[in-house]
Design a protein around this ligand. Structure first.
Ligand code: J9Q
Length: 249
């Protein structure tokens, strides 16, 4: 899979894209990531890509011409797959595991990093972007960190990037639930012990305990996830009773 990142801070991406999981996948040839300097598409002698907002107000607006220039150049690249072009912005659709999986099926994704003051609306009006993505309701100075979030989350779903496919499957959100608690050695630490069941070797009891902890955690911390979670009828009924504090059943 190929990513092209369009940014005014190309240097920002050097270490995140060369370290850890993504760096290894790039080295292995599973991912190809190109970082494109938006300033290369400025026709200004000072390489300016932003300007004051018409109508006044604070902050600068990312100008249409360099953004059109960069996206059209990437779309026109000969011999490369046609890209799916994404704008990172606070006005986009909320990014989640499902959106990450959907992007991982694309051969090539272009990530355009907006700036926080905004981007000339005519880039959207002209249909320059196939999709607009937000990583959450936070204010960022620009889309760069959001682009890294997307690259890291999508890459895990690219075949071969995570060594053990079972790990991708078992990870948080595959069933729409939060993960169960984890423990490793030492068995005792500052008076805190590991739940006995995990040391018991009873794999059925361990599976049952983990499932129960996932349900309890999700119900307590992220009840909003339960509506879309992959639950059995029995589990759904149990959570309903608990939510109603119905001690008779
Ligand atoms: C470009 N706040 O915010 C949340 N997801 C993306 C963003 C964002 C931002 C500013 C500029 C993207």
């Amino acid at each position: 899979m190929r990513f092209d990142v369009v940014t005014i801070f190309p240097g920002y991406f050097a270490s995140p894209l060369s370290e850890a999981l993504v760096g290894k996948a790039v080295d292995a040839g599973l991912l190809e990531i190109h970082v494109v300097d938006l300033r290369e598409f400025s026709d200004d002698p000072h390489r300016k890509v932003d300007d004051e907002a018409y109508g006044g107000g604070p902050g600068m607006v990312l100008a249409a011409p360099p953004v059109f220039g960069a996206v059209e150049a990437l779309r026109g690249e000969a011999g490369a797959p046609a890209p799916h072009v994404v704008l990172l912005s606070p006005e986009g659709q909320r990014f989640d595991a499902e959106a990450a999986r959907a992007l991982s099926r694309r051969a090539r994704v272009v990530l355009v990093c907006g700036r926080y003051e905004g981007i000339d609306e005519r880039t959207r009006d002209a249909g320059l972007f196939d999709e607009e993505i937000s990583i959450g309701d936070v204010v960022l100075p620009g889309g760069e960190a959001a682009a890294l979030v997307v690259i890291e989350a999508v890459s895990r779903f690219v075949s071969g990037v995570v060594g053990d496919p079972e790990s991708v499957r078992a990870d948080s959100f595959e069933d729409g639930l939060l993960d169960h608690p984890h423990y490793t050695r030492p068995r005792e630490f500052r008076g805190l012990s590991v739940p006995d069941v995990l040391l018991s070797g009873h794999h059925d009891r361990i599976r049952k305990w983990r499932r129960e902890r996932k349900l309890a955690r999700t119900a307590l911390r992220r009840p909003d996830l339960l509506a879309k979670a992959d639950l059995t009828d029995k589990e759904r009924a149990l959570l309903e009773r608990l939510a109603r504090c119905d001690e008779s059943s």
